[in-house]
Every structure is written in C-alpha cells, then in structure tokens.
Design a protein around this ligand. Structure first.
Ligand SMILES: [Zn+2]
Length: 186
C-alpha cells in the first residue's frame, strides 16, 4: 500500500533536513496535505457539474465579457503558486451561460497543476464547447512565485497569455475586447 499524502509530507520535511517531530511541525503533514488537496480540488470537478444546466436561450449576439476574475493556480513544474486575473469573453449564438459559471470554470481549471498557457487554452475550449459561441477570448495575466521567489527572481514580471477562438481571430473584434478589458496597446 502506498503512503498517504500526510506520510509523504512527513518524508518531505525529513528530506529538507527538518525534524518532523518538533512541536511546530507535528500537525504540518496533515495540514499541508489538506491545503494541497484544496488547491487541487479542480480534479474532482467537471464542466458538466459546474454548468449544471445554467445555459439559457438568448437572442443576443453581443459580446459578453467577464473581466478581472481572480485566479489562483499552481505551476506544474515547481508546485508553486501563480496568481493573477483572467478576462473571458464570448459572442453567443443563441445560448448564454450563467455569469457565475464562467468564474467557476476558470477556478476549476486553475485548481489543478497547470502551466499558464494550457490553463488559458482549457478555459477557452470549455466555454466554446458549452456555448457553441461564435468566438471565445481568454486573457490571463499572472505572477509566478517560481519566478519571483527563486531562480531569476524577477519580482515584477507578469506573464500574459491569450487564446482567441472564432470571431476573436478577426482584428476588429479582438481589438474591441482588448479595449474593453483595458489591455489594448495603443
Ligand atoms: Zn514554475
């Protein structure tokens, strides 16, 4: 039988040269395991359960934008946090998604081990699949603790990623979106 997550955290403490039996660390393996499971709870969710039928008929074909969605994720290379904001837009073709659902879809994919590029793509593809939109745009800006706290220690750098599907590949639509989220370079 393989070791449980708390047992494995105890081994990590030993591996780091710590004494896992000192008072301050006694409950740490249990707590760290719980924290990590929380940070990765997106594995237990699916787009279907999150959306749960909150897809509504609508005649609107105007761009829907949800901006500044708080984002907390873990990089899959270092298991360190990256933190930032996601901006999501889509152009409906008869179906609109309940507003809170977009934030929950972002959260579901963020609460897994990720790289920012794949996270951006997974959010865009999921929203495209659900809504059959004429286009989907996702921009993520995030700061990576693995860059800020170690290695190059570039403390002020923000990484930006974007995925543009369908109508957002046209420059006028893309520009409108970027202007509306305040990210256009003029
Ligand atoms: Zn990293």
């Amino acid at each position: 039988m393989s070791a449980t997550l708390p047992e494995q955290y105890r081994e990590i403490l030993i591996g780091l040269g710590e004494n896992p039996d000192r008072e301050g660390l006694l409950d740490t393996p249990e707590r760290a395991a719980k924290a990590m499971q929380y940070l990765c709870h997106g594995y237990e969710q699916s787009v279907e359960t999150i959306v749960n039928g909150a897809l509504f008929a609508s005649d609107s074909d105007e761009m829907v934008i949800v901006s500044d969605i708080e984002l907390y994720s873990l990089c899959e290379h270092h298991l360190l946090p990256f933190i930032g904001k996601a901006h999501v837009a889509y152009i409906p073709t008869g179906k609109v998604l309940g507003l809170s659902k977009i934030a929950r879809i972002v959260d579901m994919f963020a609460r897994r081990l990720q790289i920012q590029e794949n996270l951006t793509r997974e959010i865009a593809d999921a929203i495209q699949d659900i809504t059959q939109a004429a286009g989907v745009a996702v921009v993520i800006e995030a700061r990576h603790m693995c860059m800020m706290m170690r290695g190059v220690e570039k403390q002020n750098s923000t990484m930006n990623t974007s995925v543009m599907l369908g109508a957002f590949r046209e420059s006028s639509t893309r520009m409108e979106f970027l202007q509306l989220i305040g990210r256009s370079k003029s």
